[in-house]
Design a protein around this ligand. Structure first.
Ligand code: AMP
Length: 117
């Protein structure tokens, strides 16, 4: 798999506003936030897309959600609520091919995401 900007952040080759790190994952603020709180939680293991996940990754992906819930509490958005999303490929709006969980909060978000089709 070719190196992405996110593996460069993991390797500290480029800076990021990191809010959490452990053995399995890294979380940092999105450079182009779409909500008052917009944090990306990424596995240290480079997996390109959701399509590439295998059963071996179940623990890793589950961990991303556990960390998202912890960060939501830290950021004070847990009670009001938030959105998590993992975009896949072109139609999903994926632009960085290293899976990442978006944690968005701090304002009310619409649903469905494209009410006008
Ligand atoms: P996606 O479109 O789902 O692949 O999301 C990629 C996200 O990464 C976008 O929201 C970008 O704003 C964000 N992003 C890209 N480069 C950086 C960076 N260097 N630091 C933080 N966030 C980034």
């Amino acid at each position: 798999m070719s190196e992405t900007i996110f593996s460069r952040i993991i390797n500290r080759e480029i800076p990021a506003d990191i809010v959490h790190e452990d053995e399995q994952c890294l979380a940092f603020r999105d450079i182009n936030p779409q909500a008052p709180v917009h944090i990306l939680i990424i596995p240290k293991k480079a997996i390109a897309t959701v399509n590439d996940l295998t059963e071996d990754d179940e623990k890793t992906v589950g961990h991303l959600y556990v960390v998202a819930a912890r960060i939501a509490k830290q950021e004070g958005i847990a009670e009001d609520g938030f959105r998590t999303a993992m975009n896949c490929n072109e139609h999903g709006g994926q632009s960085v091919y290293h899976i990442h969980l978006h944690l968005l909060g701090g304002k009310a978000m619409g649903w469905p995401p494209f009410p006008n089709g």
